[in-house]
Design a protein around this ligand. Structure first.
Ligand code: PHE
Ligand code: 6NA
Ligand code: ZN
Ligand code: ZN
Length: 476
């Protein structure tokens, strides 16, 4: 074979390889474009599938509006602080109990509602429905708050509920008294308007969520289990409406937490030979420990983006991004790392990062990530929450998400497989730092929206079954 021939054959072979690669790329691009389009169509269809089921107007009079805000402010002013698992402001918790009975007289006197105090300071409300065959659901919220010190830079005292530039300032305004008061205020209005629920429900208000819920939520769950209760779904605090926070996303998005991260509390300690402080060793125990913590900060946990429900988050949001993000978000299967990085146990990872035998590492407590709740077209809880939101805010995009914090709802996994973490708290850029931070606040408008959200949600839950995609195109 002449040199010329060989060269020609090599060129021809390379051309074929190039053509093959080009073909594969075109196929991938075509599949990607189809997925992007499908997700967009799905998003549009979902909106069209629902008919309004609420039948009592959420119209809240001007006078009622003034009262509901006054009730919310009064709740904020009671410092129901959890300092630790064993140190809580119990007199504030007792005062809060009195407040609820004072401002929600219809709830506490209605023959439809059974109220129980659990573990001294938590509250369980049981509301039977007229249709006992409909599986009940449960709304959760927590009364306690984390500490707050005005000297840290608050623009208004943290337990003043003072209104400043259009916001009510106070610890607990977004975590989580807006839900405690919003849920009961909505029920108060519904009962006053003669509402009788068809699907029964429970309301669980924990008093120690910020210090793990082992007295409040755990005992509420024990009580419900002893009664053989199973739940259609649970809705607790968690994610919110993000407006201008996700880069590249057009418009506000409501992320509904379908899972929550696990947690590990690890103790690091260094023991050295004792000696006089005037003759310190070259490396002290404090120095060794500080270096270990610095390494952990410099080498944080590996991200496994794209392997959990966050994938669904971006696929649900994809149609609201501009290209090329839209293409990427619709085709994460193309862009997540092909090799799955195995995630070691947290402690092993910490050991390998610290890499210093002198540092003792002990797992003090922890729990695994929570199971992923369903979020398909047939997921009752997810679709009811989504419908309620779209009825109120048609411009919203609704997507499943992962709740990065932990909530009392993690104790409810034996009562339901569908736990959602969400409240329609409206977050603009910079607001997420207010969570457990300074200047926690909520606008009166947002609080009114929360009351209206729960007001509609109670009624929407009376639907017997979700409409099937075909059925929903006609009158129900
Ligand atoms: N919800 C709070 C407190 C908490 C921590 C850990 C477990 C449960 C609750 C948080 O996420 O920080
Ligand atoms: C951010 C998700 C909720 C955290 C629960 C809490 O801090 O009370
Ligand atoms: Zn909370
Ligand atoms: Zn909190």
């Amino acid at each position: 074979m002449t040199g010329h021939n060989t060269k020609w054959r090599v060129v021809r072979f390379l051309k074929l390889v190039l053509l093959g690669l080009l073909l594969i790329l075109l196929i991938l691009l075509f599949v990607g474009a189809v997925r992007t389009f499908t997700l967009e169509v799905n998003a549009g269809l979902q909106l069209a599938q629902w008919e309004k089921t609420a039948n009592i107007s959420a119209h809240i009079s001007k006078q009622e509006r003034a009262v509901l805000l006054a009730n919310f402010k009064e709740a904020i002013r009671i410092p129901t602080v959890s300092f630790s698992g064993s140190e809580q402001n119990t007199s504030a918790l007792r005062e809060f109990d009195q407040l609820l009975r004072k401002v929600f007289p219809t709830v506490f006197s209605s023959s439809l509602v059974k109220h129980e105090v659990v573990a001294h300071y938590s509250h369980l409300f049981t509301v039977l429905g007229t249709e006992p065959e409909l599986v009940p659901y449960m709304l959760l919220a927590h009364i306690d708050v984390v500490p707050a010190n005005e000297a840290d830079g608050w623009e208004a005292p943290p337990f003043s509920a003072k209104e400043l530039n259009g916001f009510i300032y106070g610890r607990g305004t977004i975590d989580n008294k807006q839900s405690v008061m919003g849920i009961l205020q909505a029920l108060e209005y519904l009962l006053q308007r003669g509402y009788v629920p068809q699907r029964g429900f429970y309301i669980g208000l924990g008093h120690d969520e910020e210090v793990s819920g082992i007295n409040g939520a755990v005992n509420i769950v024990k009580l419900l289990k002893s009664r053989g209760v199973k739940l259609q779904y649970v809705l607790d605090e968690g994610l919110a409406v993000l407006d201008g926070i996700i880069n590249g996303l057009k418009g506000p998005a409501a992320l509904i937490g379908v899972s929550e991260k696990g947690s590990a509390t690890v103790k690091l300690s260094v023991s050295m030979k004792p000696g006089h402080s005037s003759l310190p060793p070259r490396e002290s125990s404090i120095g060794i420990l500080a270096a270990a913590v610095t390494r952990l900060e410099e080498y944080p946990m590996p991200r496994l983006f794209g392997y959990g429900p966050e994938r669904a988050t971006f696929e649900h949001l994809a149609h609201k991004f501009d290209l090329p993000l839209r293409f990427i978000m619709s085709n994460l299967w193309l862009f997540t790392p092909l090799l799955s990085r195995y995630v070691n146990e947290v402690v092993e990872l910490i050991e390998s990062t610290i890499a210093d035998e002198r540092v003792k590492i002990e797992l003090v407590s922890g729990f695994d990530p929570l199971p992923i709740s369903s979020y398909t077209e047939q997921s009752f809880g997810f679709q009811i929450i989504k419908k309620t939101l779209l009825d109120m805010f048609p411009q919203l995009t609704v997507a499943p998400g992962i709740c990065v914090g932990n909530t009392d709802s993690r104790h409810y996994t034996d009562l339901t497989k569908d736990i959602y973490r969400f409240a329609p708290t409206w977050f603009k850029p910079g607001d997420t730092e207010r969570f457990h931070g300074i200047n926690e606040r909520m606008s009166p408008k947002n609080y009114e929206e929360l009351v209206a959200f729960y007001f509609q949600l109670f009624q929407n839950c009376d639907i017997r079954n979700l409409p099937t995609p075909h059925e929903s195109q006609h009158e129900l």
